[in-house]
Write a protein that binds this ligand. Structure first.
Ligand SMILES: *[C@@H]1O[C@H](CO)[C@@H](O)[C@H](O)[C@H]1NC(C)=O
Ligand SMILES: *[C@@H]1O[C@H](CO)[C@@H](O)[C@H](O)[C@H]1NC(C)=O
Length: 536
């Protein structure tokens, strides 16, 4: 089975263009599960190799023991031993053929199967970019969810099923990646964590001298000269000959001497307080702070009075014949903009079908580059997505009809069903679904006008993180498997509703699957007649 699967993968690899080989694994758990299977197959192969090597050694051992006994007897009385004609014959035979056979056995390479499996699978392995991407995802999560380094390193996250922790070596690696990004804030945090774990006695190949070297630099870059000096001193205790550290030490002493002079001459305390407030964290846009707070479940802007006016109800799609007898459950999630959630609106079987259809086609989600007008990947949209058409499966077609029935909007002018899978750290930073006045060409080729409304299915629960948040209005909507949310992006006048700016929070633990339908203006003229006022 595993064997067959492997060859399928190989055949695909040969047929598709080379770029397929690199697929940004870290952006989607859907693709990473393939890697788990690859690894499992490799372990089987590795164990087969070990077995083969062990049985070879066993044979060699037996031969050695037999010869040991024999030579013992023979050397005690060589002449008497050889006096027996059979022993003489056997000696000739052993030396002429058996030792050569043994030599061949010793030289025999048992690693063929494993090495060829490795060679085949290696072309699908993640590369440096994937490793860096996964590391950056961890740093992003740390910020968004205010996790301290120790919590993250010990793996004490909410809702985790398979606890896992970082070694000092892993922490050092994360610190180095932050360092190459000139992100000294995270460099300091992770180098300190690595050092702490080593100080606590963790056995590791990570080297304190290297860690201190990075750490003191990161600390210095953030303006804490005295701490940088203390760390450099510690480094020099471990390695008194360290050239750069010795050089830095002299430099620090020089700067501090200069500062002292300045302190003496200026009695003004103004610039001191300025220096003390070392800017530790990167400067965030206010929106970013709002976004991150909402992701953590803080900063909701709902008043009890407004809350009282949010209801749940049975909804029949405005007397749609298909729903009169079996209306669906609908909840108000928010009032302005109005966001409603439909419950039990997509079955587990439908979800599985949609996921299976999408999986082979998942590719890194792209965004419009406003400068070139081309589609590109962007750090602010980290997920994988695929488009499914109603023609390819009755399930997709049924889903489209359901959206039409329940929204009262024509889905024939809508975009195809987009399926997205977010891996750990996967996110989509605040954005609008509709095209702004300054980008009239965004949906020109579709010829169906702007994106009037958004329908979003949650196709999985998420253990932690992964909310959909609206930073303008302070709303968060949490993923619940089998439900869907719906809102209008445009006012009835056709103007964009800026309060619909929203984001997909990074997934902290778990795997997030969603699918969405963007409905367009064309076809809705009689279904949602436009008005002149924005407010209606
Ligand atoms: C890969 O490993 C499996 C399991 O050990 C083995 O049966 C198979 O022959 C190997 N494949 C190749 C191409 O050597
Ligand atoms: C200069 O003054 C500030 C504020 O009192 C102090 O923190 C700093 O250590 C002083 N610098 C030196 C080199 O003494």
């Amino acid at each position: 089975m595993a064997f067959n699967k492997m060859w399928c993968t190989v055949a695909l690899g040969l047929l598709l263009p080379f770029s397929y080989a690199h697929t940004d694994f870290f952006t989607s758990i859907g693709h990473m599960t393939d890697l788990i299977n690859t690894e499992k197959d490799l372990v089987v192969s590795l164990k087969d190799y070990i077995k083969a090597e062990e049985s070879k050694l066993e044979q060699i051992k037996k031969w050695a023991e037999k010869l040991d006994r024999l030579t013992d007897t023979a050397t005690k009385d060589p002449e008497g031993f050889l006096g027996h004609p059979v022993n003489a014959f056997k000696l000739m035979k052993r030396l002429n053929t058996e030792w050569s056979e043994l030599e061949s056995l010793v030289l025999k390479d048992m690693s063929d199967g494993f090495i060829s499996n490795m060679t085949i699978q290696r072309q699908f392995f993640p590369n440096d970019e994937d490793q860096t991407g996964a590391a950056k995802a961890l740093l992003r999560l740390q910020d968004t969810y205010n996790l301290d380094t120790d919590t993250l390193s010990r793996g004490n996250l909410p809702g985790v099923k398979h606890k896992s922790f970082l070694t000092a070596e892993d922490c050092f690696e994360l610190g180095k990646i932050a360092y190459t990004e000139a992100d000294y804030y995270h460099t300091e945090l992770w180098m300190e964590q690595a050092l702490k774990q080593l100080d606590e006695g963790e056995v590791s190949s990570a080297d304190k001298v290297y860690i201190l070297d990075y750490l003191s630099y990161a600390v210095y870059q953030q303006g804490d000269l005295h701490k940088a000096m203390t760390l450099t001193k510690r480094l020099l205790e471990l390695d008194p000959e360290h050239q750069r550290a010795n050089g830095n030490m002299k430099y620090f002493e020089y700067i501090i001497a200069k500062e002292k002079e300045a302190n003496k001459s200026s009695t003004d305390s103004e610039d001191q307080s300025e220096k003390e407030t070392v800017v530790k964290k990167k400067d965030y846009l206010p929106e970013r702070r709002k976004y991150e707070m909402l992701c953590r479940g803080e900063g909701l802007k709902m008043t009890p009075q407004r809350q009282k006016r949010l209801f749940c109800r049975y909804y029949d799609g405005n007397r749609n014949p298909r729903y009169i007898l079996g209306p669906v459950k609908q909840e108000d999630e928010w009032d302005k903009p109005r966001i409603v959630r439909f419950l039990d609106i997509i079955s587990d079987e439908e979800i599985e079908t949609v996921k299976e259809l999408a999986k082979p086609r998942l590719s890194r989600a792209t965004v419009h580059d406003p400068e070139t007008g081309k589609l590109t990947t962007a750090h602010y949209r980290v997920s994988k997505s695929a488009w499914l058409s109603g023609y390819e499966s009755p399930v997709v077609s049924r889903i489209n009809t359901r959206i039409q029935d329940l929204t009262g909007l024509d889905v024939s002018t809508a975009e195809e069903l987009q399926v997205a899978n977010y891996g750990v750290g996967g996110q989509y930073e605040p954005h609008f679904d509709f095209a702004r006045a300054n980008e009239p060409d965004a949906f020109k080729e579709l010829g169906t006008g702007n994106r009037i409304a958004t329908w979003l299915f949650y196709m999985s629960d998420v253990s932690a993180g992964g909310a959909t948040v609206f930073p303008e209005v302070g709303a968060s909507v949490w993923p619940r498997k089998g439900t869907a949310v719906f809102w209008y992006n445009l006012f009835p006048s056709g103007e964009g509703d800026y309060s619909t700016r929203h984001a997909a929070c990074p997934v902290l633990v778990g795997n997030k699957w969603v699918s969405n339908k963007w409905l367009h203006e064309r076809g809705q003229e009689f279904r949602r007649p436009c008005t002149l006022s924005e407010l209606e």
